[in-house]
Design a protein. Structure first.
Length: 352
């Protein structure tokens, strides 16, 4: 199967999964799993049942914030396994809503890279299993951009030739991260004065933007409508699949390390089955599906080692070592400062 075909099938599978789930869900399933659409193999229910005899109902959430609202309102009841990004897993654990884990409960945790067992938000994987990880950077058309755009200044203070040809992510954490890193601050900065500095810089940068775009930015690169976009590494790969002139670079000022995780709700009535599901995903052939189809690295050593070398040759971000990834700054729960980020982003978007 060609790599381009793989991307097209991934997108078709995502749409098909969403349609199936919106049409109705399985009644009396052994497990209820909430995940982003297209983030697991479309036949996961069939293969898991064949392996364990257990049935699963998969429901989709569009954002971390959406599923968090439901989990906090209902204390996690009605859900067994949930996919959330690491800062949100940290919040859930702090609220006492997550089931403790460990190799004795999930033996295939042994497949994780050592670096994935020492993450700052959950050392030892006591409540969360890393599912995918990566970073954010600049995705660009090498035939339309002069040189290598290796600084966040290309977004916030771009050369004249790039003005009107740039997109940025609009999600609170990543939009603010670009501004904070540009100013030399942490992606987890909590100082209101520094957040204000980043906001001011981002309002000024808005004058040079084509758009804020979290979903179609790579298509804008393919068409040539954009020349440079802020992008998650895996999403840049979707553009590379269509045009090999598209490249990805992490700015010299650094970037974030994002981690998407699987957690088990403490109020789950099917904890044993839920733990079996986590263990099943961590089987190398199952976890490798995510890397091969969503083009994000997974923190599973044998899974990554099983990938087709041509995949990594085509998409260099897939070959970034765990040692390099963990040098980036891990996104953390901001606590009360999250309100400052949300307020700043609202003001940025409202500014003329």
């Amino acid at each position: 199967m060609s790599l381009k075909t793989s991307v097209k099938l991934r997108l078709v599978g995502l749409a098909a999964t969403a349609m199936v789930l919106s049409a109705g869900t399985v009644l009396s399933a052994d497990l209820v799993i909430s995940n982003w659409a297209g983030y697991m193999a479309p036949d996961i229910a069939d293969t898991f049942k064949a392996a364990t005899g257990l049935t699963i109902e998969v429901v989709n959430h569009a954002t971390n914030e959406e599923i968090m609202g439901k989990l906090m309102a209902g204390q996690g009841k009605g859900y067994d396994v949930v996919f959330v990004s690491s800062p949100f897993a940290h919040i859930l654990n702090g609220q006492g809503l997550l089931e403790p884990l460990g190799v004795e409960k999930v033996p295939n945790l042994k497949n994780l890279y050592p670096q994935a067992t020492k993450l700052a938000f959950d050392p030892g994987n006591t409540y969360a299993v890393p599912y995918a990880w990566g970073t954010t950077g600049l995705c660009y058309r090498s035939d339309l951009v002069e040189g290598t755009p290796d600084s966040w200044s290309y977004l916030l203070n771009p050369p004249e030739a790039l003005k009107g040809k740039i997109t940025m992510l609009s999600t609170d954490r990543w939009l603010m991260a670009a501004g904070l890193l540009y100013k030399g601050y942490s992606v987890n900065e909590k100082d209101p004065a520094k957040i204000e500095e980043a906001k001011t810089a981002l309002i000024e940068a808005k004058k040079s933007l084509l758009a804020y775009d979290d979903t179609t930015f790579y298509s804008k690169l393919v068409s040539g409508e954009a020349s440079l976009v802020q992008a998650w590494d895996g999403w840049c790969n979707y553009g590379i699949a269509e045009n090999d002139k598209i490249k990805f670079v992490v700015p010299k000022e650094g970037s974030d390390l994002w981690i998407d995780t699987m957690v088990v709700m403490k109020n789950s009535e099917h904890k044993e089955a839920a733990l079996k599901f986590l263990d099943y995903i961590l089987e190398p052939k199952n976890h490798a599906w995510a890397a091969s189809n969503i083009f994000y690295e997974v923190p599973n050593k044998p899974a990554m080692e099983s990938l087709d070398p041509e995949l990594i040759k085509k998409y260099p971000t897939m070959g970034v070592s765990p040692e390099t990834l963990v040098k980036y700054e891990e996104l953390q729960d901001l606590g009360e400062a999250q309100r400052d980020y949300s307020r700043a982003v609202s003001e940025i978007k409202a500014a003329n």
